[in-house]
Design a protein around this ligand. Sequence first.
Ligand SMILES: C[C@H]1O[C@@H](n2cnc3c(N)ncnc32)[C@H](O)[C@@H]1O
Ligand SMILES: [Zn+2]
Length: 434
Amino acid sequence: MILIRDVRLLESNGNWDILVEGNRIKRIGRNLLEKESIDKRDVEIIDGKNMAAIPGLVNTHTHIPMTIFRGVADDIPLMEWLNNYIWKMESKLNEELVYIGTLLGTVEMIKSGTTTFNDMYFHLDGIIKGVLESGIRAVLSYGMIDLFDEEKREKEIKNCEKIVKKIIKMDNPRIKPAIGPHAPYTCSKELLTFSHEIAREYNIPVHIHMNETLNEIKIVKEKTGMRPFEYLNSIEFFEGVKVIAAHCVHLSDREIDIIEKKSVVVSHNPISNLKLGSGIAPIPKLLEKNILITLGTDGCGSNNNLNIFEEIKISSLIHKGISLDPTSIPGEVSFKFATLNGGKALNLEVGVLKEGYLADIVLVDLRKPYLIPVENLKSHLVYAFNGVVDTVLIDGNVVLRDGKMTNIDEYKIYEMAEKAYSKLVEDVDIKRDN
Ligand SMILES: C[C@H]1O[C@@H](n2cnc3c(N)ncnc32)[C@H](O)[C@@H]1O
Ligand SMILES: [Zn+2]
């Protein structure tokens, strides 16, 4: 058991104790050591004085191994970015490079309070290894791209089935499977239909890029005569499955109706959308409907970090700015995007500090200048905090203590990641500035 003592909570005044048993929150109360007559020899005590406890944050859209692509290709449009840089470098990836990129990404996420991420990428064995070692929680999908080629499609389908079965067989509480058709402009109708069917068969979510840029909408319209959400709806893509749609930047009213009617979950990635010049998703409009909004960072090639606190802040400020309405997207709402809503989106009992929920808990040290006056802590976590957290529990295990990873050597990972990066760029002929 672990007892976090004397810690501040966001939703109630004063200090509290949180008792963790196994991988769940057993009790939240006061003087639990006495009340629950816990034998001191059976419990690890964490001193929560001068700390606040918040639910571990949820990042609903990442490509975690892209940490080793960070900074390679800034300031260029999406299609050029994908074709001339990213997809070239990805063709050189292997399990080892992906494993290292994943480790770096999990360290970065845990140190900034993210305890669950929803990922779409390749070489899943490397990602799984990194997730297992780091102690983080993940929903993992194999990113499928067939570019409308039948031979590629068969390969993608085989890979997808293999990985879903492997993750399910692992039966690890911290790793869940999802189905990851990349996007309607890179996946054939058959591959999209396969994705829907297998997601339904295994009752697992679908994770897909949707309506990120005007260009891709034009491509889909030329191919199908419909806008992306209309096209997917026409092949019953949303029937009976939960779809997490990343981006959703350029939407028609009809598409917004489909999102609402089919309970599509939106992963709003404001920083990636800004950095790639894709646009700004109409979040205030979506909030008028019954639509679940969550937050994602996308990959480090288009952000360039995995600090979801930045998405919380900017997903509030940006909409105030473009609507000229400072009451738009209040801080409490954007904080919920990355906590309560993230847990709902992924069907995980995370994102709330509540008895019975999974023990994914983040402790923030309040003795920081930007968290004073502490009374307005809820506001600071949205508008002032830099995301550097102190202690993190995931699935009831302490993975970060006093800002240091407990179970992996972070400095060794930084070295490994530097080597991985040099290997990656030396094999690939991409023009680089320096
Ligand atoms: C899983 C696949 O998605 C690609 N990828 C990474 N970022 C984006 C983005 N913003 N939009 C579309 N695809 C992206 C990865 O580079 C990989 O090829
Ligand atoms: Zn993406």
